[in-house]
Write a protein that binds this ligand. Structure first.
Ligand SMILES: C[S@@+](CC[C@H](N)C(=O)[O-])C[C@H]1O[C@@H](n2cnc3c(N)ncnc32)[C@H](O)[C@@H]1O
Length: 350
């Protein structure tokens, strides 16, 4: 567990970190690659190990939804592992080297999402189309990232959507958005056109597009935050999981990191498993899964509808009697905790 160091957090910092005792505790439950595993054995478990060593031991046809957030095509350190930027052709070959092994694991009606930045995107598209049907590309506008002096600041990521066949699940009613209406038009009879009033505000429930502007990168004041440098938000995973799987389906993440996919799948009643090569990240994921036993809330999603960014006060008004627990978790005091040393402003794949 290199690079981990003891540190203290500021009282308002809600980042999840782990004590030495917790590391020892959660370590016992991690699976190791190297023997055949059934879907039943995998369910709810984390595999600590190298994806290339683990894949051959996984069962046929068990995944309903595959979410993949690989290292992007840039030089970056992930605690103990690091990735080196390569030319787009080599990056595509690298993707294909594990993606082709994953086809065997997928059910015939499975969906596959693969994340990347603008530099990685064409390689992902070209690799994915060799094995799957291309359905769409979601562009996620995320606020964080450094400004560039001689280029446009990058603030988007792509999420490619593939399926195994034309027969796939898409639960549109599960992923509708609640948006404030700025121009509340009425019919000739004076009735609201496709919106409704709630208190002083007017809202419209809309179909989601492939441009996502309502999701924030996890940061230190959010209870889902860890020190993983490229952690994906639970709200983003919730949309994909709700749209592309049903309760009880199996969700798998081969580059699991801090476990956002597994935690969100658990909160939404899916079966799940994932792999990461780094022990500390697996421990973060295990701790988050334990916390999800008590707290099933997902910031920005009230169990029915996805809210726009920066609407916490309106969500609170809407949920007066049903306050999400993530707003109630008290700070646990100044305790010695393990964290990785890096700057939170770097919380992006770029
Ligand atoms: C982009 S991050 C995933 C972040 C994750 N989506 C989250 O929400 O925290 C990629 C992860 O892949 C892991 N990784 C890199 N190479 C790997 C390999 N060969 N096998 C398994 N995991 C690997 C890294 O440790 C890192 O945590």
């Amino acid at each position: 567990m290199n690079n981990a160091s003891l540190s203290e957090r500021a009282p308002y910092n809600r980042t999840i970190s782990v004590t030495q005792k917790e590391i020892e505790h959660y370590k016992k439950d991690l699976l190791k690659a190297g023997r055949k595993l059934s879907a039943k054995e995998l369910d709810g478990k984390i595999i600590l190990g190298n994806l290339f060593e683990a894949l051959d031991y996984l069962p046929d046809n068990f995944i309903d939804l595959l979410f993949i957030d690989p290292p992007y095509n840039l030089s970056k350190k992930f605690n103990t592992a690091s990735f080196k930027e390569m030319n787009p052709e080599s990056y595509q070959q690298w993707i294909e080297s594990w993606l082709e092994k994953m086809v065997r694991l997928l059910k015939p009606e499975a969906s596959i999402y693969i994340c990347g930045d603008w530099k990685s995107s064409s390689s992902i598209f070209n690799a994915g189309r060799k094995f799957f049907k291309v359905q769409n590309r979601i562009t996620w506008e995320r606020e964080k990232g450094r400004g560039a002096k001689k280029n446009w600041k990058n603030c988007t990521e792509d999420i490619w959507f593939f399926t195994m066949s034309s027969n796939y699940i898409f639960n549109i009613d599960e992923v509708k958005m609640k948006r404030k209406v700025l121009a509340p038009y009425r019919s000739e009879e004076g009735n609201p056109k496709d919106w409704q009033s709630e208190g002083e505000e007017n809202y419209r429930i809309t179909h989601p597009s492939n441009m996502w502007t309502d999701i924030t990168v996890p940061f230190w004041s959010m209870p889902e935050n860890t020190d993983h440098p490229t952690q994906k938000p639970e709200k983003l995973l919730a949309k994909l999981i709700l749209a592309s799987s049903n309760k009880g389906d199996f969700v798998f993440d081969p580059f699991m990191g801090s476990g956002s996919t597994l935690v969100t799948a658990k909160k939404l009643g899916r079966r799940f498993s994932g792999i990461d090569i780094d022990e500390l990240y697996c421990i973060y994921a295990a701790k988050r899964l334990a916390l999800a036993e008590e707290d099933k809330s997902i910031q920005g999603y009230d169990g029915k509808i996805f809210w726009e960014r920066n609407t916490l006060s309106e969500q609170k008004k809407n949920n007066k009697n049903d306050k999400p627990k993530h707003q109630q978790v008290p700070y646990q005091g100044k305790i010695k905790q393990y964290k990785i040393n890096f700057d939170d402003s770097d919380k992006t794949n770029l």
